[in-house]
Design a binder for this molecule. Structure first.
Ligand SMILES: NC(=O)c1ccc[n+]([C@@H]2O[C@H](COP(=O)([O-])OP(=O)(O)OC[C@H]3O[C@@H](n4cnc5c(N)ncnc54)[C@H](OP(=O)(O)O)[C@@H]3O)[C@@H](O)[C@H]2O)c1
Length: 323
């Protein structure tokens, strides 16, 4: 798969492109930046032809698929242009900043039979399959509550996440992780019961939030997120006979061996799980989907639509508290 890189972002430099170099069926053939020197530096380091401006990359016949890691508010425009140009798209999370924009992209991908994935790397870590299997085997009894937390410390003042016009805010940046994890572990059809957002009124972005969802079979999902916190990335499931907790749930380093803990009335057990390079595996899964046209593609599009719907409901319903 010949990959074009749209935007020389921090995440592309730090994670995506080093991980892409480990995937034999993938070659970087073009790199685009608004800045010629940045594109040249990326091309030197990671391969491909340097291009100034994003539009030219979409006309390049040597590009089969695009990796898009622009600020969130620009995802819609550039993913749309890439799909219209016949390119498959791996877009950084969240796919867009609004549910109607997400649905426009997913509809186009379905219509043109193109692969469109949101790069939620955590979905590719096998630790969540282990959790789901333990719950399905009845290890904690009937499931009552899912609790998920993703929070990071404050960012530099100039960060794109503090810019409302670029799609900033904690809900879109970190809140989408607990939402997507609830979808993964509780299934589709989650309904919003309530939400609160702490808002920086000067910048016009939310800095933290909580959302309470309910699954169709009555399991509560209590989700918390923000960038005003000590780093925390975990979830837990609480059932009729026990509870289960997973730390480093969303961003475990490639060498990290996850610790899964099960607590029952008179007994606790810890499982040390296998390490996995979820970032590489997300990109590799995208490349395989492009090359093989994987049959599960509609499920990825459905899940992206569901995340966008829930984000929009949180935004619409949230009680706002000043920061
Ligand atoms: N999956 C993950 O684990 C993960 C982790 C971090 C971030 N992300 C996502 O990746 C995306 C980028 O995040 P990041 O932290 O890498 O951001 P970043 O370093 O600020 O990069 C954004 C890039 O977008 C381009 N850009 C175009 N218009 C811009 C504008 N008006 N202002 C600033 N940049 C502009 C720039 O590339 P050029 O200058 O080269 O044109 C810039 O390097 C976000 O959607 C974020 O949610 C995902």
């Amino acid at each position: 798969m010949r990959l074009g890189v749209l935007g020389c972002s921090a995440i592309a430099r730090r994670r995506t492109l080093p991980a892409a170099a480990e995937i034999p069926e993938l070659e970087i053939t073009a790199v685009a930046s608004r800045d010629a020197a940045k594109a040249a530096e990326f091309a030197d380091r990671f391969g491909g032809t340097a291009t100034t401006g994003y539009a030219a990359l979409l006309d390049d016949p040597e590009v089969d698929a695009v990796y898009l890691s622009l600020p969130t508010a620009l995802h819609h425009e550039w993913a749309l242009r890439a799909l219209r140009a016949g390119k498959h798209v791996l877009c950084e999370k969240p796919l867009t900043d609004r549910a109607d924009r997400t649905r426009e992209l997913t509809a186009l991908a379905r219509e043109r039979n193109l692969v469109l994935r949101e790069n939620f790397a955590f979905l590719h870590h096998p630790q969540h399959r282990t959790v789901a299997d333990l719950v399905a085997d009845g290890r904690i009894g009937a499931l009552r509550t899912f609790t998920a937390t993703f929070g990071i410390p404050p960012l530099p003042d100039s960060d794109i996440r503090y810019d409302a016009a670029l799609g900033g805010g904690a809900l879109l940046d970190v809140g989408v992780y607990p939402i997507r994890a609830a979808q993964l572990l509780l299934g589709p059809g989650l309904a919003l019961s309530g939400a609160v957002l702490r808002v920086d009124e000067r910048r016009g972005v939310d800095l933290a939030g909580h959302a309470l969802l309910v699954s169709p079979d009555g399991v509560f999902a209590d989700l918390e997120f923000g960038f005003q916190h000590g780093y925390r990335s975990r979830y837990g499931l609480w059932g009729a006979t026990g509870a289960l907790g997973l730390d480093r749930a969303f961003t475990p380093p490639a060498e990290h061996r996850p610790l899964l803990r099960v607590d029952e009335q008179d007994h606790a057990e810890e499982f040390v799980l296998a390490a996995a390079h979820q970032f590489r595996d997300s990109i590799a899964a995208f490349a395989r989907a492009v090359l093989d046209r994987a049959p599960d593609e509609p499920a990825w599009l459905d899940a992206a639509e569901e995340t966008a719907r829930l984000v929009e409901q949180v935004r619409a319903a949230a009680v706002r508290v000043p920061a």
